[in-house]
Design a protein around this ligand. Structure first.
Ligand code: 13P
Length: 262
């Protein structure tokens, strides 16, 4: 069934760029895309700055009506209360965030987030009208032991427990071994897992939601390899780390259709 999913190019800044740098960056990114006559129907573009940048990004995007979406890199599972250091989905919604990254492998490994924590965060995002960009992916050891899709499929199933699929979701397949390594998955590998993840969406929700949900690939994406991923039928965009911090490179990734003549 052919359903048109607008490709999604998302930049996860991780812990880079302070609020002043974020203003200059987003302004220049918008100029760069405008100069290139980027058609946002070809690819939606979003940035995911650190929490402390979000108010600045909101002010700029709203004042200049920039066609760039933004979101946070994490959200609390709780709505308010005695949770020192946490940020509520309500606060993100108040800053007009459209998206929030949940379950990035760096949060799973460095901050010990479990599948249950991630599920609670997806539910929290939905309570506040935010669209989760839910990350799943296997380590090199998982790949060796269980093959390519077993771990991401299990992570997705666990994260979707009790979730209402009509509230919006983006899934990002990010093999841990490909993140920041310079060694991206092959387009075939990304497609195989993306197709399996879409199968889970059909099972958990229904075919209509599965066909409407964007499944991204992430891990060492660059302008030079983006088009090969987007050619795959089940890969609908990319979650970009390092290359999203370089304006020319990121804007070139967003313009993948034009610069490869695809
Ligand atoms: P790199 O693009 O730097 O490999 O990072 C991917 C990533 O973790 C995006 O969330």
């Amino acid at each position: 069934m052919a359903v048109k999913r607008t490709p999604f190019i998302a930049g996860n800044w991780k812990m880079n760029l302070d609020h002043l740098q974020s203003i200059a960056f987003v302004q220049k990114l918008a100029w760069s895309l405008a100069d290139a006559k980027h058609d946002f129907a070809d690819a939606e573009v979003a940035v995911f700055p650190p929490f402390t940048d979000l108010r600045s990004v909101q002010t700029l995007v709203s004042a200049d009506s920039l066609p760039i979406a933004y979101g946070a890199q994490d959200v609390s599972a709780h709505d308010s209360g005695a949770y020192t250091g946490e940020i509520s989905g309500a606060f993100l919604a108040a800053l007009d965030c459209r998206y929030v990254i949940i379950g990035h492998s760096e949060r799973r490994t460095l901050h010990g987030e479990s599948d249950a924590d991630i599920n609670a965060k997806v539910l929290a995002a939905h309570r506040h009208g935010l669209i989760p960009v839910l990350c799943v992916g296997e380590t090199a050891e998982d790949l060796e032991a269980h093959g390519p899709s077993a771990v991401p499929v299990a992570q997705l199933r666990a994260a979707l427990e009790g979730v209402d699929g009509s509230k919006g979701l983006v899934v990002a397949y990010e093999p841990v071994w490909a993140i920041g390594s310079g060694q991206a998955a092959t387009p075939d590998q990304a497609e195989q897992v993306a197709a399996a993840l879409r199968g889970v969406l059909t099972e958990v929700f229904d075919d209509e939601i599965a066909q409407a949900t964007r499944v991204l690939y992430g891990g060492s994406v660059k302008a030079a390899n983006i088009a090969s991923f987007l050619r795959e039928p089940n890969v609908d965009g990319a979650l970009v780390g390092g290359a999203s911090l370089d304006i020319a490179e990121f804007s070139s990734i967003a313009r993948f259709k034009k610069h490869v003549g695809a």
